[in-house]
Design a binder for this molecule. Structure first.
Ligand code: DX5
Ligand code: ZN
Length: 225
């Protein structure tokens, strides 16, 4: 088998938003024992998105129990104000929205300067081409495959094409940027997403509403490219 034939398995980032908040510690312990790679944490402010989730104290509480890196997705306006607070709350990866950052170049640099991995999230209506000038500063692109704000929505199929476009841009520029898919990921689209060039699959409802969440994480992980 040549190196090229070695399949790259999906990294799985279960989204805590779909977990049982009244039993957060046991949900995080389940993730610790699973094949999950990251813990995806959705922060919503009721302004950038039409919903409010939870904030810094909950992130700290998760960090206390998690043995996997925390992947914090900020769906908030003026995210630059809170980068340090989320770093101190345990974030390993921090993603900010392109649509919420007039000075995205600076904001991504600030995330890296804090010692975190810098991510940029794109709404479904935002073309991949807007990332051309900042790709080298992005360790991760969180590509929204639903409109941000709620879990359990239907996957938008145009995402496949956007993943292929972004993969081409990453190859052309020679960056190490990871492509993360966020929203409506399930066993029905995981393999196709990986084949299109994705690296990380976020899954909320698919994992936490499954009969056996730990097994579902393992099943999603088998998707490869
Ligand atoms: C949506 C969030 C997603 C969400 C995914 O605004 O950013 O991370 O939790 O949930 P599912 O996998 O249920 O679509
Ligand atoms: Zn998210």
């Amino acid at each position: 088998m040549t190196l090229k034939d070695t399949p790259t398995l999906a990294r799985i980032a279960p989204s805590i938003l779909a977990s049982d908040f009244a039993n957060l510690q046991s949900e995080v312990e389940m993730l610790n024992e699973s094949e999950a790679d990251w813990v995806h944490i959705d922060i919503m402010d009721g302004v950038f998105v039409p919903n409010i989730s939870f904030g810094i104290p909950v992130c700290e509480a998760i960090a206390k129990h998690a043995r996997k890196p925390l992947d914090v997705h900020l769906m908030i306006v003026q995210p630059e104000k809170y980068l340090e607070a989320f770093k101190n709350a345990g974030a390993a990866v921090i993603s900010v929205h392109y649509e919420a950052c007039p000075h995205l170049h600076r904001t991504l640099q600030q995330i890296r300067d804090l010692g975190c991995q810098a991510g940029v999230a794109l709404n479904p209506h935002t073309p991949v081409s807007v990332l051309e000038e900042v790709l080298e500063l992005a360790d991760l692109v969180c590509m929204m495959s639903v409109n941000p704000g709620f879990g359990g929505q239907k996957f938008i199929p145009r995402t496949f094409d956007k993943v292929r476009q972004l993969r081409r841009m990453i190859e052309t520029q020679g960056t190490q940027t990871l492509i993360e898919i966020d929203g409506g990921v399930s066993l029905d689209n995981a393999s196709e997403l990986m084949k299109a060039g994705a690296d990380v699959l976020v899954a909320g409802n698919t994992v936490f509403k499954a009969q056996n969440p730990k097994q579902m994480i393992g099943d999603l992980k088998k998707s490869s490219k």
